[in-house]
Design a protein around this ligand. Structure first.
Ligand code: OSB
Ligand code: MG
Length: 384
């Protein structure tokens, strides 16, 4: 494979209503679309949508890094020859499109191995994500298989997604929750914390009352509770039967996560913590810190490093699910292919956010229907 042409475009995503989280309020998102073309005229697409407060580079650093990556790709003296993907022998667990050895950063099948320093895979994870995704799209197209199949030969054909409830008042939330359930969603997610606990109790109880007991409810505190607040909040909110809570306390505070996990009213999931490599290592090495990882490919530096982390987590008995970081269709499409290729599909993915954007394309395969995304069977990413 030879890259004959590359292109970089800016992408601005306006939100219909600002999304309020305990970490900040998002009115718009800004990033880049990367295109790479091979010698036969196929085009691969990737997205870089930095989210600095979640540990990615700034938009300026992202743009600089993208230009460097693309310049490097165009100047490669010899064609990139991705090594053939060897199927795993039967009886060795899940079949893997990409074998574990090739997920080692130094063995990446793409010319993106450099820049993996200490800690984070790269100091510019969003840029790396964009370029890697475009190259993977191209690679899957050349092999005539969907991206999910390139990532795992046993990828699932559909994934479940959660509805993200953006409402503030109990009434607005209850209405949104009813609509989501009527549409077919079985898992709902609600942002909590950053407000008095009594408000969150009223909000959660309104949602639980609106949807009944069979619907899974997850909450996300975005790291805003102190350990004591988290203990009280989880105990109180836990009465409404929570599927899990994302990031109850500050990302670096793995001691608090471990203590909270001792008698948890619901399972705990690490999200922002995974932007801190030493905390991720701690979580992997110490069973019982948290049971679930929330994987954001944009923060983790791409689909392959994220898949490597998910497999490592599975080997250590941890579960994981994929969410976007409020990305555009291209990045969500990549994340959906990845979600289909994860070792476990037990937890719904956080990829149902398209309706939050003003300029979301009208019809595409990654818009959830009845709370599910059917992965397209077309080669590559499946986005035009
Ligand atoms: O999980 C979802 O449904 C949407 C993703 C989401 O909540 C999110 C979006 C942007 C930044 C952070 C987060 C988060 O999960 O904390
Ligand atoms: Mg979260």
């Amino acid at each position: 494979m030879r890259i004959t042409k590359t292109a970089l475009q800016t992408l601005r995503l306006e939100m219909v209503h600002p999304l309020k989280t305990a970490r900040g309020t998002y009115g718009a998102r800004e990033g880049f679309v990367v295109c790479v073309e091979d010698e036969e005229g196929r085009v691969g697409q990737g997205e870089a949508m930095p989210l600095e407060e979640f540990g990615t580079e700034s938009p300026d650093d992202c743009e600089r890094a993208l230009k460097e990556f693309l310049d490097h790709l165009e100047r490669l003296p010899s064609p990139i020859t991705p090594r053939p993907i060897t199927p795993r022998p039967p009886g060795e667990g899940r079949g893997e499109g990409i074998s574990d050895a090739r997920l080692d950063p130094r063995q990446l099948p793409l010319p993106l191995g450099e820049g993996w320093g200490e800690g984070l895979p790269t100091r510019t994870p969003a840029a790396r994500h964009g370029v890697e995704q475009a190259l993977l799209d191209l690679q899957a197209q050349r092999r005539n298989i969907p991206l999910s199949q390139l990532l795992s030969s046993e990828s699932r054909s559909e994934i479940h997604v959660n509805a993200l409830l953006g409402g503030q008042s109990p009434e607005a939330l209850a209405e949104e929750a009813r609509r989501a359930v009527a549409e077919g969603y079985e898992t709902l997610k609600l942002k909590v914390a950053g407000r008095p606990l009594s408000e969150d109790v009223a909000r959660l109880s309104a949602v639980r009352e609106a949807v009944g007991r069979t619907i899974r409810l997850r909450v996300d505190a975005n790291g805003a509770w102190t350990e004591e607040e988290a203990r009280a909040a989880l105990e109180t909110l836990g009465r409404y039967e929570l599927e899990l809570c994302e990031q109850p306390v500050a990302p670096e505070n793995h001691e608090a996560l471990s203590r909270l996990s001792k008698h948890p009213p619901c399972p705990l999931a690490a999200d922002e913590s995974l932007a801190l490599p030493h905390v991720t290592q701690h979580i992997l090495n110490h069973a019982g810190t948290v049971g679930i990882l929330v994987l954001k490919p944009m923060v983790l530096g791409g689909l392959l490093p994220t898949l490597a982390l998910a497999r490592e987590a599975a080997r250590r008995g941890l579960d994981a699910y994929v969410t976007s970081s409020l990305d555009g269709v291209i990045a969500r499409a990549g994340a959906a292919h990845l979600a289909a290729a994860l070792p476990s599909g037990r937890y719904a993915s956080g990829l149902g956010v398209g309706h939050l954007f003003k300029n979301e394309p009208g019809s595409h395969p990654f818009r959830p229907v009845r709370g599910r995304i059917q992965l397209p069977r077309t080669p590559g990413l499946g986005v035009n």
